[in-house]
Ligand binder design. Sequence first.
Ligand code: SF4
Length: 979
Amino acid sequence: MKKQNLANKNFNNKHLQAITTAKLLVNDIHTTCPYCGVGCGIRISKASEKSNSTSPIYPVLVNGDKRHPANFGKLCIKGKNLADTLTNDNRLALPKIENQVQKWSRTLDYVASKLTKTIAEYGPDAVAFYASGQLLTEDYYLANKLMKGFIGSGNIDTNSRLCMSSAVSAHKRAFGEDIVPMSYSDITKADLIVLTGSNLAWCHPVIYQRIREEKERRPELKIVVIDPRVTASIELADLHLAIKAGGDLSLFNGLLSYLNEKGCIDEQALTTEGLDDALRSANKDSVQFEGAELESVQLENAQLGRKKLANRLLDNTGLSTTEITEFYQLFASNDKVVTLFSQGINQSTRGTDQGNAIINCHVASGKIGKVGCGPFSITGQPNAMGGREVGALANTLASHIDFPNKTTEMHKYNKLHDGLADFWQTNTLTKKEGLKAVELFNAVDEGKIKAIWIMATNPVVSMPNHEKIAQALAKCPLVIVSDCVESNDTLQYADVILPAQSWGEKSGTVTNSERRISRQRPFLQPFGEAKADWWIISEVAKRMGFSKQFSYNGVSEVFAEHARLSGLQNKGSRAFDISAYGEITAEQYEQWQPVQWPQPKGRTIKISDQGFFSDGNYYHNNKKAKMVAVDSAPLLTESHNNEQQSYIDQKNDLNKALFTLNTGRNRDQWHTQTRSGKSSILTNRHPEPEVSINPKDALALGIKEAQLVTVSGVATAFTSQESSTTVPQIVMRAKITKSVGEKALFIPIHWSHSNFNQGSISQLVQAKVDKISGQPAFKHSQVHIDPCLVNSEALLVVKAAIKMPIKLDNVLYQVEQKITGGYCYHLASHKNPAALFSDLDALVCSQSDTNPAMESLNASEPLTQYFRKSYLKQGQLQSAIMVSVNKNDLPQGWISQCYQLGASLNDKRELLSNNARKLQQKKTFCQCLNIELKQVIQAIEQGDLTVADIRAKSGVGNGCGSCIGDISLMLKEIHSETH
Ligand code: SF4
């Protein structure tokens, strides 16, 4: 099995040092945040001697760009702390083949010849690209052009498949094209904002802040939050519907039925087809309101194999008629309604149907195509929309041009296909869709795909069923990975590693959730020999024999070609049209100001507030919107034969309670922490992965707060391969909270083998997908949870990172946390505290062999099983070990500051003193203003029970504002405890 030891670096250190000298290229530049789909504008300026840059090596200041229409100068905590992440730790400097450093020219030749040979021997479908929403549009454009146009296969998919592909499918079914018809300004012009499947306060914080400001200005603005969890987003909610997981389809079907019943659908005014069928389907979810007896709908419960009488709407949503009626009345009575939806809707086996159920309500009631109205799918990644524009999903050809299907007029398609082949000057343009992400990695596993090129993403962490992904990559004859980091869970399977430029070094465009195209501009000299992704792809393409079609003098030429293609045979037939920029010069590209598409050639450029559908024209051939009949009845589960069922029963403990696992994001982290994990401010809030569990379930299972627990997967299928694999298990820390319902769990997605010895949470996610979009159902896996007993817990603080997993006997739990000036390792062991302490002492001493000037101070108390030791050099703390029986006895939040100059000597002494337990309380609440949790608690204890009062009293929430939602969460928990 192929698995590289990436720690074995074959670098010539002198050479490396020479090429990695950090340099700032410019003094003042406008660029775009690399994290979420809000796409905030950022201004990078050179720090003066007086101003404090938080960047460890670059003297830069990061501020919000006041001119950028996405954020008008605001940034959330992640954006604000970007300077902190500008280090070159774990950066990939040089190309490698089979873990040997190579010159670029040799590596590119090698990749091109290997791909060419694979295609010659096995055909174009034996090659695949797996790209990422982190790529810039120009990178994406060339990857798609090379695969579909010249390799001649549709096998390019992207990690955006995991994020919003169900919304893409829903848009295509309803509108005839993947169109988000909204602008951010619509949100603040609405009278009712519905958030469903979206924890906007944490995942798109700057948009949430805009809503908060609007609500302060217009208290009559109504906000409904639909979420099974209590999240920070309920801070502003007039109504929180704690819906059952998967109940959204019924809820919006019921709404459609209600809108019809109340006469809110004006058929004459609609340019729509499919209304009758959609209503017939939606009526199965209706409840007769206002005093009438509930109408029962007979449901076939396929799983139990028996019939039961229930009201489908109430059954599926778990909501009361009062709650449902209140929501329906609000929706019906407000003309301006925006429904924001995100991963909670998309990441489901019914994700596309759920998207269409939402869109149906807007289309039928005419709440679309007007200012302040419409369904708004918010994208997760910074450039997911750019990938959609170029067509880098396996089921789109290019530039919003589709493959032929039943709804595409063949002659129109053939004309477009021929036109595209002419445009790209190719005769190998594919005519069929490629494999979507889950199918694509299955094909790698089955040996059908012999060469895969993974760009700027880490599928071993992010795809469901990570064991299978790792196994597939290990077997694949050629794995090429372009990345900016030197090691991660995927890179260890790479045969060829290509160092790519990172944010701050690369140049190109990104498109945010409101279709706004902005520039990412370089302000740093590229690290080592890292190259732009678009350049790497074009150099490989040239070496494969496509020089003429892949020769560009710069990135602006790639963008101009992408813009020209959008105008191909267009004349208004496709919404995506930026042909106005088809002749853009390099200088104009440099001066680019953020604009929304469409921008067709010959029309005056309109920077903002571009709407769609105000003229009633959609993008199906008949120009009508299509209402899709979506049925909320559960899909039939797979039927198993006796042998299969017996296998599944053996694998699962039928006496154990089943929990529904929901996965998602923490406020301060981004994806696998590649960048955000470098900032100690961002790791401070959630240093370890936690599983949230309801207090009732915790009590029933004997789980205590902060105790370790084992979360185990459940066998749901039988295949010959799966029969040999074990059921996955992850040990992590329990967080007991009423924010999740009973029999539900929530786990964040941000940890992987790079910083957690248990690996990625995706191993617990079953590879079930939406049948239309192919998007995996990350929100609905079935798991068990049990207490995990350990005998000791420890913190190890060191200045330099230790390779994970740390080689220590019997330490079953290890998490790495970046802290200011070093690293903290959170450990737990079956050994007793004295034995673990002894092992850690030996580890620190072995790492300090070369450092004879080290002194140590030991303040252990064997009688109470509390051990601690500090290692100092010239009075300065170098390392520290703390071991106890209970996690709660160890210092927590404060540990992130233990190397900081600002930490008082007294605090440092307390590491060793009898008061060490006191430091457990020193948690930071407001990270950017460094205000401690205890100040918030004190304010609450003084009886100040509004968010505004607590902010005024304690000062929290007055920096980036990201923690304001957390105050309301605390208040809600306290309120529910006292009632
Ligand atoms: Fe970056 Fe998103 Fe935060 Fe804006 S809201 S600063 S784009 S992470």
